[in-house]
Design a binder for this molecule. Structure first.
Ligand SMILES: [Zn+2]
Length: 114
C-alpha cells in the first residue's frame, strides 16, 4: 500500500515545518490529490490515522482535496472535466486537448495553532 509511504512523507513535511517554527502547533494539513495521481484518498486518510495514532501528532487533521482531471482545448480555450477517457473538446470536437490539472499530489496548506 503506497498510500502509507505518502502519508509518511506528508507527516515528515509537517514535522520539518514544525521545527522551523518552534513553539507553534500544527493542527491541520491540507493536501491536494489529483485524479491522476493514483492515490486512493480513503486509503491515504486511513494510513495517516494509523501513522499518527499514539504519537504527538495524533490530533493532526489531514484534509484531503480531490482534484478532478481537467482538460483545456487549445482551439477554443474551453476547460472541461474529462470523463470516460475521452479527451475530446465538448464544444468544438478538438481531440488534442491538454491536461491542465489532475496530477497534483501537494501540500496545499498547514494550519497553525499559536
Ligand atoms: Zn474546443
Amino acid at each position: 500500500m503506497h498510500e502509507l509511504g505518502i502519508a509518511a512523507s506528508i507527516l515528515e513535511s509537517v514535522q520539518k515545518e514544525a521545527e522551523r517554527h518552534a513553539g507553534a502547533r500544527i493542527s491541520k494539513v491540507g493536501v491536494k490529490i489529483g485524479e491522476l495521481a493514483g492515490v486512493d484518498p480513503d486509503a491515504l486518510q486511513f494510513g495517516f490515522e494509523v501513522l499518527v495514532k499514539d504519537t504527538e501528532w495524533e490530533k493532526l487533521v489531514l484534509d484531503l482535496e480531490y482534484i478532478p482531471r481537467t482538460q483545456r482545448c487549445p482551439k477554443c480555450a474551453y476547460d472541461f472535466r474529462m470523463t470516460d477517457f475521452d479527451p475530446r473538446c465538448p464544444l468544438c470536437g478538438e481531440l488534442a486537448t491538454e491536461c491542465i490539472s489532475g496530477e497534483e499530489l501537494d501540500i496545499a496548506y498547514m494550519e497553525v495553532d499559536e
